[in-house]
Design a protein around this ligand. Sequence first.
Ligand code: ATP
Length: 228
Amino acid sequence: MGTPPDYRGLRIGLFGGTFNPIHLGHLRSAEEVREACALDCIYFVPAAQPPHKGGSDLAPATHRLKMVELAVADNPYFSASAIELERPGTSYSIDTIRSFFTALRPASLLFIVGIDAFREFATWKDYVLIPKLCDLLVTSRPGTPTPPSDQFLPVALQTLFWYDPKTNVYRHTSGHSLVLHEIAGLNIAASTIRGKVRAGKSIRYLVHPAVETYITHHALYQPEGASR
Ligand code: ATP
């Protein structure tokens, strides 16, 4: 048996999403966060069975994972995680964070979420447990208004954190932080990509070229009734 890996001092980002499909907005946001926070790695974690997003235009999780793998392959700091496809049932962030927490201990974890998704945070399963395990970083999202950093906390979270106006950081009793991080980013949404594919329009420069090829090859996001 070899020496177990040493995760001391590592700072790992976790970026969950439906990634239906992953687009350059996701990648650019993650790159800006990685650089700003000097992260050692960011895991992109596609939700196999997203609790909040479903519908007929949700591509099978295996395709969404493959597209994430293709999109991150050329960035040494990015990795795709299949953890939510390996776990049966609805994909809850708390379960994923717990698994990473246990597997990568004592690395510190930063859970990355866009402000639009963060607005729903108090509806997530066991959301009060999440800041006990990791820091939270909420990114702005082009096209979505960014509130001032002392006003973006949903009411349900206000008793869990206190705000330090000197650093613009919210602190949890565990010591973990919650920050709003302004990104330049790219105003791209997966729903726009799906709409363009359905309409037979180009998605070039909106997704990684390998993802564009994959979507074409597997005839993803075609209109209802079109052959797959
Ligand atoms: P859809 O259009 O289908 O709702 P989406 O583009 O919002 O999808 P998701 O996979 O649902 O993509 O998003 C995963 C995470 O990435 C969320 O935290 C979301 O806020 C964030 N995100 C999505 N698009 C961007 C973007 N263009 N810039 C920054 N963050 C983004």
